[in-house]
Design a protein around this ligand. Structure first.
Ligand SMILES: [Zn+2]
Length: 352
């Protein structure tokens, strides 16, 4: 819309409750009010114009306290938003205030969301919009931390590593998972023994102890498929957000991540962050079952391995009087697992 020469509306003179039909015309430097029943134009000095709000008539206030009201929103916008003029600049300043307003509203919306839907739901939402670059940073930091506090170098034979890496590659392909790019690392599990963990950026770590407990490769394959399920479900990221809470989410999504990510690297990806909820566990189990069936492998094998891990952990616990060893420390709720796996196998086979 080109800028109209004048606006048609009603004029409310200062200290008068009544109004008269009038026109507002002129340029930014010299505005004039012309009353409909009086040909003589009177100069007015612009003070403010109200924001557009649905079909509500706009009020243009002048420095003498008088007001001009116009219900043609488009005409008002065109009249005042005029290139690099004084009014144009003013309108843009107002727009940036509007932006601040939107930011405030967005913050309130997040808080209401947390109140209504809870932190887990908001953590999930945050995880799904976290950029890959950030997941990678957290991944690298987490690896650094677990390498420092938990793991030591793997003593698996290179040939064995190569075999398992090939197996892992096939499972990733079957999963159809490409983002984030997944990789498999081998470590000595140290105090957490037989275990496998998935970091947020797609790094999966398999411990020597778990490999040693396995009686066949299908068992390891099932565990790897389970961990791939954790990555594709973004479970570690969600877990980290839950642990760290709202402020962290807002900062990461907002992109101001430098120091915060370093803080995460320093502390938050402690092993507690990698203890998944039962819901995440069954999601990962179902992912494992789907992938294993798709790959023509035994979907139950990994449960056998987990039973053995639990057995070993229980034995260790008796011997060392600690209970934070093995898969149990990061993968709670093993009891119902076999039943759920069986149910999922049946569900998939039933569809075929
Ligand atoms: Zn798991």
């Amino acid at each position: 819309m080109t800028r109209p020469a004048s606006l048609e509306g009603r004029y409310f003179p200062r200290s008068s409750s009544g109004s008269v039909d009038a026109y507002l015309s002129g340029t930014p430097d010299s505005l004039e009010i012309t009353l409909a029943d009086d040909e003589a134009a009177q100069p007015v000095l612009f003070q403010s114009v109200t924001d557009r709000l649905g079909n509500v008539a706009r009020k243009i206030s002048f420095q003498d306290g008088s007001v001009f009201e116009c219900s043609d929103n488009d005409a008002v916008d065109a009249f005042f938003d005029h290139g690099s003029s004084f009014f144009g600049r003013l309108t843009r300043a107002e727009s940036s205030w509007k932006f601040v307003g939107f930011a405030a509203i967005a913050t309130v919306a997040v808080l209401i969301g947390i109140y209504r839907y809870g932190l887990p739901a908001m953590a999930s939402a945050a995880a799904s919009v976290t950029p890959a670059s950030i997941s990678k940073l957290i991944d690298a930091g987490a690896l650094d931390t677990v390498d420092r506090v938990l793991f030591s170098e793997s003593s698996l034979e290179e040939d064995r590593k190569a075999e398992l890496t090939t197996l892992f590659g096939k499972l990733v392909k079957t999963s159809g998972e490409s983002s984030p790019p997944l990789r498999l690392l081998f470590r000595n599990g140290g105090r957490i023994g037989a275990n496998a963990i998935a970091l947020p950026g797609g790094t999966i770590i398999l411990t020597d102890q778990l490999v040693a407990l396995a009686e066949k490769d299908d068992e390891i394959a099932g565990v790897l498929a389970h961990e791939i399920g954790h990555v594709s479900g973004r479970h570690s990221l969600k877990q980290i957000y839950r642990v760290l809470g709202i402020g962290f989410m807002v900062t990461i999504i907002g992109g101001d991540s430098g120091q915060i990510v370093e803080d995460v690297i320093a502390q938050a990806v402690a092993i507690e962050s990698l203890s998944y909820s039962r819901k995440f566990e069954s999601e990962a189990d179902r992912h494992s079952v789907s992938v294993m069936l798709e790959a023509d492998r035994d979907p139950y094998a990994f449960v056998d391995l987990l039973d053995r891990v639990v057995g070993a952990a229980t034995k260790d616990a008796k011997e060392t009087a600690t209970d934070d060893t093995g898969w149990l420390s990061t993968h709670p709720g093993n009891a119902d697992r076999r039943r759920d796996v069986a149910a999922h196998v049946e569900a998939i086979k039933g569809k075929e």
